[in-house]
Design a protein around this ligand. Structure first.
Ligand SMILES: NC(=O)C1=CN([C@@H]2O[C@H](COP(=O)(O)OP(=O)(O)OC[C@H]3O[C@@H](n4cnc5c(N)ncnc54)[C@H](OP(=O)(O)O)[C@@H]3O)[C@@H](O)[C@H]2O)C=CC1
Ligand SMILES: CC(C)(CO)C(=O)C(=O)O
Length: 309
């Protein structure tokens, strides 16, 4: 299968690299600056599972002339519209689009642009960072991707995708209920985004101060209550796992949103937290911590936008 990874950043770069190491046919769709960096320094992975420096195949949007079998979409929400335009030549009648962005709103944009047929559901569970030198640094051993047809069917194409992705150095799961899995992930990232960005530190530092633990648990309850009201209740074992992760006093765990905030970079506030809050409003669910965090991050976002103009 010919795989096009759109975005050689923290997520795409990591899973793309592991797939290349496992012998899969991977090309990265990149913009010119990243193309030059990869050409010069290679694709560099720093990971508890083993470091790597690879020379990947790359293409810029004008260099794509024929469809790929799979487009693994791993850009940030704010880059989605342009990425959709740039990846269009790679999408043919049989292409599967496998997005791993956090949240759900990107699904509407993809279906609007390409129709329902090519768009799979997808989730990734990993904690990676694109550092100042363009290296991909994996911060915890977790690396799992989940994929499935949005209908839940086990089709021939999803089986071949599963065969291609399995045994490539990370955990995989073919899901027959990918929409639920995406909601579970949404609750996870919204909880950790909210906890770390609003309370201002990694999980352990929040739990080290009085009322930190209770506030973290309240944040999870707010996000889970919205998912439940929307008809996607987070399964109890998953909720327990999130609660445990969020209350570990020794944990350095953060969220990609918090790391963006620390870097002074744009944060996916509206697609991860704002969209969840809107779903809460539609169901009359009170979510004061989530609301406060949205306001905090929107003020931050406005301040970086005005600095950049
Ligand atoms: N990092 C993490 O731990 C996790 C992130 N996620 C989610 O995954 C998604 C991706 O995040 P992440 O990998 O961290 O983000 P990064 O910013 O690290 O990577 C995104 C990459 O996309 C590239 N890009 C943007 N637009 C285009 C384009 N038009 N064509 C080609 N490349 C493009 C950027 O390259 P450049 O700007 O250099 O051109 C950048 O390298 C987000 O929705 C995030 O929430 C999910 C789970 C964990
Ligand atoms: C919460 C976490 C680490 C789970 O994969 C994540 O999705 C993120 O930081 O963006």
């Amino acid at each position: 299968m010919k795989i096009l990874v759109v975005g050689a950043g923290a997520v795409g770069g990591y899973f793309g690299a592991r797939l290349i190491q496992a012998g899969r046919d991977v090309t990265f769709l990149v913009r010119p600056a990243r193309a030059q960096q990869l050409q010069r320094d290679g694709l560099r992975i720093v990971s508890p599972h083993g470091d790597a420096i690879l020379k990947p195949k790359t293409a810029t949007s004008t260099e794509i002339t024929s469809p790929y079998d799979v487009v693994f979409l791993s850009v940030k929400a704010q880059a989605l519209d342009q990425a959709i335009k740039d990846m269009t030549p790679a999408v043919g009648p049989d292409t599967m689009i496998y997005p791993v962005l956090n949240g759900m709103r990107h699904m509407d944009s993809l279906v609007h642009s390409f129709g329902k047929q090519p768009v799979l559901g997808g989730v990734c569970l990993v904690s990676t960072d694109l550092d100042e030198q363009g290296r991909i640094v994996q911060l915890t051993p977790l690396d799992k991707i989940i994929y499935g047809e949005r209908s839940g069917e086990i089709t021939t194409r999803i089986r071949s995708l599963d065969e291609t992705l399995r045994n490539a150095g990370f955990e995989t799961q073919l899901s027959t209920n990918i929409t639920q899995a995406m909601w579970d992930k949404w609750v996870t990232i919204a909880s950790f985004g909210l906890i770390t960005c609003l309370l201002g530190g990694p999980v352990g530092e929040i739990n080290a101060v009085s009322d930190g633990k209770q506030t973290a648990l309240q944040a999870i309850d707010e996000c889970a209550a919205i998912a439940k009201a929307c008809g996607f209740p987070t399964p109890q074992p998953h909720l327990e796992y999130v609660r445990q992760l969020a209350t570990d006093k020794n944990s350095k765990f953060t969220s990609s949103m918090y790391r963006d905030l620390q870097k002074g970079a744009p944060v996916e506030v509206d697609t991860i937290l704002g969209d969840l809050l809107d779903h809460g409003h539609a169901h009359h669910i009170e979510a004061p911590l989530l609301q406060a965090c949205c306001v905090h991050l929107r003020v931050y976002q406005n301040s970086i936008n005005s600095k950049n103009h």
